[in-house]
Design a protein around this ligand. Structure first.
Ligand code: ADP
Ligand code: NI
Length: 219
């Protein structure tokens, strides 16, 4: 990247940290930092325009609709305003804003066709941070933030919810593993992402086996 591009990345970091200063622990600056690093790791193998990848990774969770009364237009709007202030090429702004507007799992059910490589890389990086030990920690943190039950054997997971039902769900946190987290490994876009997802998937399976063994006094 050129020096000008590096300065733009630094300005973006400052902006994102400020935007997320009151965020819930699963969607805070540290999540963004991990996704940014993972996206760079994937891009090192898969390629893609690094400026687009890094800007999309950094901006993908600002003004998340979950924390703004379900408003999905706010994130892309805030990102567009910020990117314009960086005086970037219009086409590049459009690419970044398209990625962050379409990469979430709830929106993921209506995925765009022929996703740009940059889109694939950032989406894989975000999904990887939803898996494994970190994925488990984030999920229970979010469940606690929403005051959800940890587990309730009387509420079965629902794998085929509409987007609206998914967003409104008050289901116990363990259900989220069956409704989203365990599905992610088969949704990875890139070969590098698939490889990284494999081990994290196995770790979640192991965790759930232990959870239910303890719940049922079998361990
Ligand atoms: P989406 O909102 O599209 O599911 P996010 O990427 O914002 O995706 O979700 C990120 C993480 O937040 C999830 O992987 C999970 O850890 C946590 N999370 C989101 N929704 C829930 C939920 N209903 N229950 C528990 N954790 C959740
Ligand atoms: Ni995210």
């Amino acid at each position: 990247m050129t020096m000008e591009e590096n300065i733009r990345i630094k300005k973006t970091v400052t902006f994102v940290k400020d935007q997320l200063k009151y965020a819930e622990g699963g969607h805070d600056w540290w999540h963004i930092l991990r996704v940014w690093n993972t996206a760079k790791t994937i891009a090192a193998v898969e390629g893609g325009n690094l400026l687009v990848i890094e800007l999309a990774a950094l901006l993908h969770d600002i003004a998340d609709s979950k924390f703004h009364q379900g408003d999905e237009s706010l994130g892309p709007k805030v990102a567009t305003g910020f990117l314009k202030s960086l005086e970037l090429d219009e086409r590049l702004i459009q690419q970044v804003v398209f990625i962050i507007g379409h990469m979430s799992f709830k929106g993921g059910k209506e995925q765009p066709e022929n996703k740009l490589l940059e889109f694939q890389v950032v989406q894989d990086a975000d999904r990887i941070d939803a898996m494994g030990a970190i994925g488990i920690a984030r999920t229970f943190n979010y469940g606690g933030f929403k005051n959800r039950e940890i587990y309730n054997p009387e509420v079965p997971p629902n794998r085929n919810q509409s987007k609206e039902a998914y967003k409104k769900s008050k289901a116990p946190t363990i259900n989220h593993f069956y409704e989203k987290l365990l599905l992610l490994k088969d949704l990875m876009n890139t070969q590098t992402g698939k490889k990284m997802a494999e081990q994290r998937h196995q770790f979640m399976e192991l965790y759930l086996d232990q959870f239910f063994a303890e719940w049922n006094c079998e361990s």
